[in-house]
Design a binder for this molecule. Structure first.
Ligand SMILES: O=C(O)CCC(=O)C(=O)O
Length: 264
């Protein structure tokens, strides 16, 4: 499965400009070689312009989905289209959109964990549904958004549902870059899945973002890591047979004793 992930900088509060840049990137990446899945970062149309997000979303609502549909169909490519802010019944959600080659939305996920460090609860509503797997080209996968990475239950849920690849779309800050790296490796090792992440670079509102988008194999090895500051495209060809091979070698899933786990 050939994947390209776009570690991009964002123009805050300017969906038109960010879409233009994504369009340009998709044209380049698809021209430069075969690709099955394209990945974008968190909140890539607006960036984290939280205080003015409602107005921006109001003016822009409904434009990104047809834009993505056109890309998916024109380039015959699946999209893990990062996440975008959407308004529903007066609330703003941070929503990940997954689209197949036919331009059909096969999955959406609203970020369930709001970030206290960013006062997200003032501006956003947390998603109400659990994570679920989706299929692209017949392969099971999952997606989580940024802060979700800190909650091991999500990737475990996805792995138990059969996900072999989990995408992490993010705007993770440089200040906690060490957590970003270690937690991704931990999720890959404990759930024996590929982790493919897409973080932004650049700075906004005094926050420097960490970049370091990665691909980690189900053994926990970092196969590719982008730089901490530059826009970059990560390209990999994943061998999904590795997932079952590693699960046989270290059979974590058959060793589980869930009835002894004291979870809520
Ligand atoms: O968990 C963190 O340290 C960063 C989370 C974050 O910035 C986000 O979810 O947007």
């Amino acid at each position: 499965m050939k994947i390209a992930s776009y570690q991009m900088d964002l123009t805050p509060g300017n969906p038109i400009e960010n879409r233009r840049r994504v369009q340009e990137w998709v044209e380049t990446v698809c021209r430069d070689g075969e690709v099955d899945v394209l990945v974008l970062p968190e909140m890539w149309t607006t960036a984290y312009t939280l205080p003015t997000l409602r107005e921006i979303v109001k003016a822009d609502q409904g434009t990104t989905e047809p834009f993505l549909q056109n890309l998916a169909k024109t380039f015959n490519v699946n999209l893990v289209a990062g996440s975008i802010a959407v308004e529903e019944e007066g609330s703003i959600y941070n929503r990940s959109i997954i689209m197949n080659r036919e331009g059909k939305i096969v999955h959406t996920y609203d970020k369930m964990h709001l970030v206290p460090m960013l006062d997200e609860h003032i501006y956003l509503e947390g998603g109400k549904s659990s994570v679920r797997v989706f299929e692209l080209d017949g392969k099971k996968m999952g997606v989580i958004i940024c802060y979700d990475l800190r909650f091991p239950e999500l990737v475990r849920t996805l792995a138990l549902e059969g996900a072999e690849v989990v995408f992490v779309v993010a705007e993770w800050p440089e200040a906690r870059a060490s957590h970003w790296e270690v937690l991704q490796q931990a999720r890959a090792i404990e759930d024996q899945v590929y982790i493919v992440s897409c973080n932004r670079v650049g700075a906004y509102n005094g926050v420097q973002f960490a970049g370091r988008s990665m691909v980690i194999n189900p053994w926990g090895d970092i196969l590719v890591k982008a730089s901490s500051t530059e826009e970059e495209t990560i390209r990999v060809d994943l061998d999904l047979n590795e997932v079952q091979r590693i699960r046989k070698e270290v059979p974590v899933f058959s060793s589980r004793v869930p009835k002894l786990y004291k979870l809520d």
